[in-house]
Design a protein around this ligand. Sequence first.
Ligand SMILES: C[S@@+](CC[C@H](N)C(=O)[O-])C[C@H]1O[C@@H](n2cnc3c(N)ncnc32)[C@H](O)[C@@H]1O
Length: 266
Amino acid sequence: MSGFSAAWLAMRERYDRAARNAAVLDAVAGAFASASAVTVTDLGCGTGATMRAIASRLPAHQRWRLVDNDNFLLDAARKATPAEASVRTVVFDLAGPIEQALDDCDLVATSALLDLVSAAWLDRLVASLVRLSRPFYAALSYDGAVTLMPDTRHDAVVTAAVNRHQRTDKGFGPALGPEAARTAPARFRDAGFAVLEGRSDWRFGPDDREIQMAIFDGWAGAAREIGVNPSTLEEWLGERRNHVTAGRSHLQVGHIDFFATPIGRR
Ligand SMILES: C[S@@+](CC[C@H](N)C(=O)[O-])C[C@H]1O[C@@H](n2cnc3c(N)ncnc32)[C@H](O)[C@@H]1O
């Protein structure tokens, strides 16, 4: 188990899909428009949300190599394969040497992973993709920007603590967390890739009760681990839950998507 439950990934999937940046997705699709077949490696694939989100935009013949260290999530991915795709799942710890996970594909993809990794890991990924000359599609990297409405007294304390928690080690060294959105596209540009990026914010309204409750519970847990006073958190969570229950809660969480192409490849 990786700590990312299939239930949580299922809950967020439709919001992630709605948030994915359309221009970035068009660029990914455009890069393979004249190909009859494509092989994609998805890093930290979870239950295969990226495959389900983009399969209809890629050539009819698709082979997906789904890479994750959580066998339970990979099982779920195998059971939810779209018609276009043939899938091979690979149980693999991405914290180790990654190049063998990347070999032999036309496109490397990921979603909601780059905020978990360290700058050093990102540099290793960029170096590998330079060597292999492969394009990279990365969706839903967190940028640290959170808007809560209506606001409550402890929002700033909690969101600051969540962003500090985001920087803690998630198995890859000190995590990029909210820096991922700025750092990752920049590292690819520095390495000579053409990078198209665009926003992919989550926008939840009053009807999106279940996911807002889950996010606020998760944030309270993260803030507790960082050392925020439990009574502050109890008060904060109570107020936020009341807003959700009353159907007046709005939440926006900042993300970016990008597509990085080795210059000269297209
Ligand atoms: C936030 S989830 C995103 C899952 C999926 N990409 C999505 O968008 O629904 C992060 C994923 O990275 C995987 N992961 C975390 N650390 C990993 C590691 N060291 N090696 C392989 N996969 C890892 C988790 O198991 C999880 O599936």
